[in-house]
Design a protein around this ligand. Structure first.
Ligand SMILES: O=P(O)(O)O[C@H]1O[C@H](CO)[C@@H](O)[C@H]1O
Ligand SMILES: Nc1nc2[nH]cnc2c(=O)[nH]1
Length: 160
């Protein structure tokens, strides 16, 4: 998934990498986040995915960071889905906030490894084994995607 935007759930409880003494030399005290994920880089990632024939595997979506390390309850998954969340994780967002604070252009991508359990009648449960196996199974696809993406960004660096 090419990250369109994120929800920083731990941030709602005050857990934010920018908390603490202000570091003005890196960026403003109160940085905007409405442009956290660079539009041109997102378009490029989707175009490269299309070029590689991966169009059906790649889409934009909203990533929600949760503290973890436990996986979500069914109620949490259903709540987040109703809020417009497309994928959940336990990482990515703090790094993006710090990068944005520093004025870096950011492209975020997340490998969706497992389907959220949304049905109380389901026997399915999330597992780290499933996550790791999905990562292994997608390694070649990700190698091709990232390699071509970096090539396309490198020459002019400022994709516009
Ligand atoms: O935050 P993402 O990338 O989803 O990764 C999460 O998924 C793994 C748990 O299965 C951990 O690595 C955790 O960080
Ligand atoms: N929070 C969360 N992170 C994940 N990373 C990979 N799978 C999951 C999941 O189901 N929930």
């Amino acid at each position: 998934m090419v990250i369109l935007d994120h929800i920083n759930m731990p941030g709602f409880a005050g857990h934010n990498p920018l908390s603490g003494p202000k570091e003005e030399q890196f960026g403003p005290r109160f940085p905007p986040m409405s442009d956290a994920y660079d539009k041109d880089l997102r378009k490029l990632a989707l175009a490269v995915g299309q070029e590689l024939g991966f169009a059906e595997k790649i889409r934009e979506g909203v990533y929600c960071c949760l503290g973890g390390p436990n996986f979500e309850t069914i109620a949490e998954c259903r709540m987040l889905n109703s809020l417009g969340v497309d994928a959940v994780g336990m990482s990515t967002v703090p790094e993006v906030i710090v990068a944005g604070h520093c004025g870096l252009r950011v492209l975020g991508m997340s490998l969706v490894t497992n389907k959220a359990v949304m049905d109380y009648n389901s026997e399915a449960t999330a597992s780290q084994d499933e996550v790791l196996q999905a990562g292994k199974d997608s390694a070649r696809f990700l190698e091709k995607l990232i390699a071509l993406l970096v090539q396309r960004i490198e020459p002019n660096n400022n994709v516009s």
